[in-house]
Each structure stands twice: as structure tokens, then as C-alpha cells.
Design a protein around this ligand. Structure first.
Ligand code: GCO
Length: 490
């Protein structure tokens, strides 16, 4: 007996043997503790090694020559707009909301519904090869089942005009606005409303698909859901997490339905969604609050949607048709969101944090071009070609836009060099327009618009964009693009 006790004492003096001699649950704790320490040491050394001051990457822009761009042959250059923001004279869920809340009314906006030909001259002046715009459902179907052929004809004329200029039309079927009657029925909150949306999409598709080959189904479903149903800044101005999740799922269902049906009508058409990828970064990497908040928001904003497309499951519900329902992914990228303990609960409180060295844009959020690369890498995982469907900045004095443009183009050019399949870049926006809850204060245009006279004037950044397009889209490339557009005509 004494001998055995002696041996056990000896065993306990040797640490590794003591570990095995300890009871099971004690051992588990020790393993856990060791793992945490190992992980912490690893992370600290990694951060020290990379000398990163922030959890997310930041580049030393002073050392980067952003004019060193190289885009492949056939890269598509464009600009983007949306119907409610430019057409003017609308009567839809947004005008109802503007009237009800006393927000700045959209009014005649850029009067584009009447001036569209002159506005297309601006596209030609810029030399773009693609134009992303949206179709206004409330114009085409002002009351349930009543179809306005004249309005449809105008969209059809627009398409012909664009093609005649060698510009690819890229329509979006839903860009935040829809008929008031559909909103009154609950809009995207009710699954039973989706067939009405589908039949509108089918009808537009049947009229234009002999000439239009690339379509965006829905613009920024997450922004629409969060702004309209959590923050209450978009119609219908609700504040309910339950409804937000329901709308998120139904927008995915709507996209999937439209995708399946239109693909059946024309298997050669290319359909995608325009997804706003906002990145969420913890204010302080060591904070036990900031980090999980960032991950949660990322999971909800970007992850939930991506899982819908990749697994056919979204936010605990099955949407089987959503699986693989993309021919391309449209990426709208603007900024990152720095998360902390005190998160805003309404858009009025939205006080965007920024890193000390970052420039604040007029919208209030920071310019963070590095995020464009992260957003590209994120959507690249979907395995379909990428079209940059929006990127731009609110900058009335045009003092930031040139640098903003160059940084983002440089990031895209580098991403292409690294093998990312990016086919196009659409600058938001062609001209100043109605910026939703912000009204006319935010100026995103390559052309400034004087809303009293409707005069459009090319900004310095617009000239710069034109020069970039001219040098990147060399004559032989333009010829090829022209041939492709012509080949698609009926
Ligand atoms: C959105 C849009 C555009 C905006 C643009 C600038 O995200 O709200 O798709 O309609 O005008 O992003 O904020």
C-alpha cells in the first residue's frame, strides 16, 4: 500500500502525468483553458506580425498608384439609376409615404419620364456601354389587372434607344417602389401577394426579353426590409423584427419565383439580384460586445441572404427554389459599419462611426474602398460572375468623388488580376436624384442637376470617368461590344 501511495505522489509531481491522473471534468477545463490561451497568443502574434491597428484591413493609399488600372477586353462600363429616383410624377408606395410622413416629396425628380432621350445623350457623352435602370410597376399596373400599354411602350422605346447607342440595357424589376394597391394588401409581408409581383415581372419580360438579356430581379432586399420594417425610414415605416424577417424571406421567395419563371421563358437570359453588401466591423477588436454584435449583423445582413441562395434555406425556413437562382450577382458596395455597444435603434440616430484616418462622406458614413475587395470576395463564393451594379458617393462639391472613384476602380482592377470574375462597373449615379429618406440633399451624380431648371452639368469626376472609359474601352473592344449587342437583337 505504502509503495502505491508513493508511486502516485511521484506521478503527481510530473505535470503531464498529473494531467492524466486528474479526474475527467478537471481535465476538460484544463484543455479548454489551454486552448483559449493558445488562441489568444496566436491572435496577438498575428496582429503584432501584421501590425494591424484595426480588425479589418486598411491600405496605405499614399503608397498606391490608383491610376494603375488594367481591365480586361470587353469589361463593361456603366452607370445606374432607379425609376422613383429620377422619373418624377409617381404615384406609388413611396409617394404615399412621402405624403404621410411629411418627408421631402420626390415630385418631378429629374423629370426623366419626359426627358429620357436627352438623358440618354448624357450616357452617350460619357461613353458607357451599359445602363442599369428600373421599371416602375405602379406605372404599368396602376390598379390591379389594368395594364398601361403606353407606359410599357415607353420602356420599350427606351430599350431600343439604348441598344441603338450601343448601350446594354440592364433593367431592375423592383427597386424599392411598387403600386399603392399592392402595398395596401401588405406588399412583401404576405406570401399570397407574390404571384401578383410575378405576373407583373412576366409581362415586362415578355415585352422586352427579345432585346434585353440581362436583368436584376430585386434591388437590395436587405436594405428594403431593414429600412422599411426595422428602422421605419422607408415605406411602410414599420418597426417590427418579426415583419422584417418575414419580408426578407418573402423577397427571397419572390426572387426565386421570378428567376424560375423567366428562365423557363428564355433560358439564355441572365438574371441576378442587386445585393447591398455592407460590412460590419467591431469598433474594438478586444471588446466582448463589439465583436459578437458585428458577427450577428453580418450573419443577418449578408449571411442569411447568401445561405438562401446556396442552401435554399433562409432564416429557419426552406425556400428550395432559391438554391442556385443566380446567373450573376449584382454587387452594390458603399461602406462598412463599425459596430459597438450602443447601436442605433432608429435611422435618425444613425451616427456612423469611423476610424480616425477615414474620410466621412456627406451621407455620414466613411469612405472605405478596401471593403469593396472584401465584398467582392464575399460574393465570389457564390461561384457566378459578378456585376458591380452600384458604387458611388454623395458629394455635392465633387471634392471627394474623384478619389473615391479611383480607389474603388483600383480595387476592382486588382481583384480581376487576382482572378475574380468581374464583368462590369456601374457608377451610382448618372445624375443627382431623389435619395429616398434623405430627399434631394444627397448628390450622387456624375452630372449635377439643378432641380429648378432641370439643367444637367457634367462634374469633374464625370469627365474623369469618361476619360477612364475612353482609355480602357479601346476602339477594338467597343467594336466587339457593339457586335454582341447587335447579335442579341431579334
Ligand atoms: C440604395 C440604392 C440606391 C441609392 C444609392 C445611394 O441602396 O438605396 O439602390 O437607390 O440611391 O445606394 O444611397
Amino acid at each position: 500500500m505504502a509503495g502505491i501511495r508513493h508511486r502516485r505522489q511521484a506521478v503527481e509531481e510530473i505535470p503531464i502525468l498529473a494531467f492524466y491522473a486528474a479526474p475527467m471534468d478537471e481535465r476538460a477545463w484544463q484543455v479548454l483553458l489551454a486552448a483559449i490561451m493558445l488562441l489568444a497568443t496566436f491572435k496577438i502574434s498575428l496582429i503584432t506580425y501584421r501590425r494591424r491597428a484595426f480588425p479589418e484591413p486598411h491600405y496605405d493609399w499614399e503608397k498606391i498608384d490608383t491610376s494603375d488600372l488594367s481591365f480586361p477586353d470587353g469589361f463593361i462600363w456603366g452607370t445606374a439609376t432607379a425609376a422613383h429616383q429620377i422619373e418624377g410624377g409617381q404615384s406609388n408606395n413611396w409617394t404615399d409615404f412621402e405624403n404621410r410622413t411629411g418627408k421631402e416629396p420626390s415630385g418631378i425628380a429629374c423629370d426623366h419620364w419626359r426627358r429620357w432621350r436627352e438623358d440618354f445623350d448624357l450616357l452617350s457623352e460619357l461613353g458607357v456601354s451599359s445602363y442599369r435602370f428600373s421599371i416602375e410597376w405602379s406605372r404599368l399596373e396602376p390598379s390591379p389587372g389594368a395594364w398601361d400599354e403606353e407606359a410599357m411602350q415607353k420602356y420599350s422605346d427606351m430599350v431600343d434607344d439604348l441598344i441603338g447607342r450601343g448601350i446594354r440595357p440592364m433593367p431592375t424589376l423592383h427597386h424599392f417602389s411598387h403600386p399603392s394597391w399592392w402595398e395596401d394588401r401588405g406588399g412583401f409581408t404576405e406570401t399570397s401577394n407574390l404571384p401578383q409581383f410575378l405576373s407583373y415581372c412576366e409581362r415586362v419580360f415578355d415585352s422586352l426579353s427579345n432585346r434585353v438579356k440581362v436583368w436584376c430581379t430585386i434591388n437590395e432586399p436587405t436594405v428594403f426590409s431593414a429600412m422599411g420594417y426595422t428602422l421605419g425610414q422607408f415605406p411602410p415605416g414599420r418597426r417590427s423584427i418579426r415583419l422584417t424577417l418575414r419580408v426578407m424571406r418573402n423577397m427571397m421567395r419572390a426572387h426565386a419565383m421570378v428567376y424560375r419563371s423567366l428562365k423557363q421563358r428564355d433560358p439564355d437570359c441572365s438574371l441576378g439580384i442587386a445585393k447591398n453588401v455592407t460590412l460590419f466591423d467591431p469598433a474594438n477588436r478586444w471588446s466582448p460586445i463589439d465583436w459578437p454584435v458585428a458577427r450577428l449583423l453580418e450573419w443577418l445582413w449578408n449571411g442569411a441572404w447568401k445561405r438562401g441562395i446556396t442552401n435554399g434555406r433562409m432564416l429557419w425556413e426552406k425556400i428550395p427554389d432559391a438554391k442556385g437562382s443566380l446567373d450573376f450577382i449584382g454587387l452594390n458596395y458603399y461602406t462598412h459599419f463599425i459596430t459597438g455597444l450602443f447601436m442605433p435603434t432608429s435611422a435618425d440616430e444613425l451616427d456612423f462611426a469611423k476610424r480616425e484616418h477615414e474620410t466621412t462622406t456627406e451621407f455620414g458614413y466613411p469612405m472605405y474602398a478596401e471593403g469593396m475587395r472584401r465584398a467582392i470576395d464575399f460574393v465570389a463564393e457564390l461561384g457566378v460572375p459578378i456585376e458591380i451594379t452600384e458604387n458611388g458617393v454623395a458629394d455635392s462639391s465633387d471634392s471627394l468623388r474623384p478619389e473615391h472613384l479611383m480607389r474603388h476602380l483600383w480595387i476592382i482592377s486588382e481583384a480581376i488580376k487576382d482572378g475574380r470574375d468581374i464583368r462590369s462597373y456601374h457608377h451610382w449615379s448618372l445624375m443627382d436624384n431623389f435619395e429616398w429618406a434623405e430627399g434631394y440633399e444627397m448628390r450622387f451624380g456624375l452630372y449635377s442637376v439643378d432641380f429648378d431648371t432641370q439643367k444637367r452639368t457634367l462634374r469633374g469626376s464625370g469627365e474623369m470617368y469618361r476619360e477612364i472609359i475612353k482609355s480602357e474601352l479601346s476602339t477594338p473592344n467597343r467594336g466587339r461590344l457593339q457586335q454582341r449587342v447587335e447579335a442579341k437583337e431579334p
